[in-house]
Design a binder for this molecule. Structure first.
Ligand code: NDP
Length: 247
């Protein structure tokens, strides 16, 4: 199997880490990005190294176009041409619409949606020139079905999939595929911090499989989409939510 160079934004987070590991297990060279506010990048890299994973890491503010351009240029000159881009960085700032301020709207749109443009823009033309590329955008089930208190997040995550489809059309003839992965509730620190009674009475009953998803399951799907075998998927939205999208 060909070794590719993969960039995973927010790769030190719950889902991002699992994506980095699965891509490395598939034989790829993996570069993660971390935010300017991240104070544990060295510790994370050392922890991964002790498990046998050597990752490259670059500081990027995904909301800032210049920061993304600069980091991409450094990665391409120091690691090599980027074949795989996983737009995984994201945040939530939940509030009912009545209470949501413009700052929370802007922060979520910039981190979840502008980021996808900011990272793809300096990378996709190179993929097209080399005739191979994979872009995976990590959206959310709430981009498809909406969620109370998440007008900002649902709009940004739905927007990501519109971007996926349009970009997929533009780059299809260059053998660059673009897909969305929309996870449901995944057992990351954020979701596990939800009180047990809320999890059991409100969240799990909405999930036909009756459990949270595992970060490794998202990582495995992303790694598959990056493989040669997945070359006929493009512009698709892969729902991984235990069946929650049927509710
Ligand atoms: P985490 O908070 O663990 O990870 C999010 C990552 O985004 C962090 O690693 C963070 O980097 C990075 N990030 C945030 N803001 C910026 C920024 N301005 N610049 C650069 N990086 C930034 O969350 P998850 O792992 O749970 O989520 C990963 C993705 O999956 C997100 O897009 C989320 O919306 C989506 N998702 C998550 C679900 C879940 O159940 N957990 C369900 C559905 C979708 P750093 O650590 O360096 O600060």
């Amino acid at each position: 199997m060909a070794q590719r160079i993969a960039v995973v934004s927010g790769g030190m987070g719950g889902i991002g880490e699992a994506i980095c590991i699965k891509l490395a297990d598939a034989g790829h060279k993996v570069v993660t990005t971390y935010s300017p506010g991240n104070t544990r990048s060295g510790e994370w890299l050392a922890g991964m190294k002790s498990k046998g994973y050597t990752f490259y890491a670059y500081q990027v503010d995904v909301t800032d176009f210049d920061s993304c351009q600069k980091a991409v240029a450094e990665i391409q000159s120091e690691v090599g041409p980027i074949d795989i881009l996983v737009n995984n960085a994201g945040i939530t700032k939940d509030a009912s619409f009545r209470k949501m301020g413009k700052t929370d709207w802007d922060a979520v749109m910039r981190t979840n949606l502008d980021s996808v443009f900011n990272m793809a823009k300096p990378i996709c033309d190179g993929m097209a020139e080399r005739g191979w590329g994979r872009v995976i955008n990590i959206s959310s089930v709430n981009g498809q079905k909406g969620a109370f208190g998440q007008t900002n997040y649902s709009a940004a995550k739905a927007g990501m999939h519109g971007f996926t489809k349009a970009l997929a059309l533009e780059y299809a003839r260059k053998n660059v595929t673009v897909n969305t992965v929309s996870p449901g509730y995944i057992a990351t620190k954020m979701v596990l911090a939800v009180p047990k009674e809320v999890l059991e009475s409100k969240i799990l009953p909405q999930i036909p499989l009756g459990r949270l998803g595992k970060p490794e399951e998202v990582g495995a799907l992303v790694a598959f989409l990056c493989s040669e075998d997945a070359g006929y998927f493009t512009g698709a939205n892969l729902a991984m939510n235990g069946g929650q999208h049927m509710y």
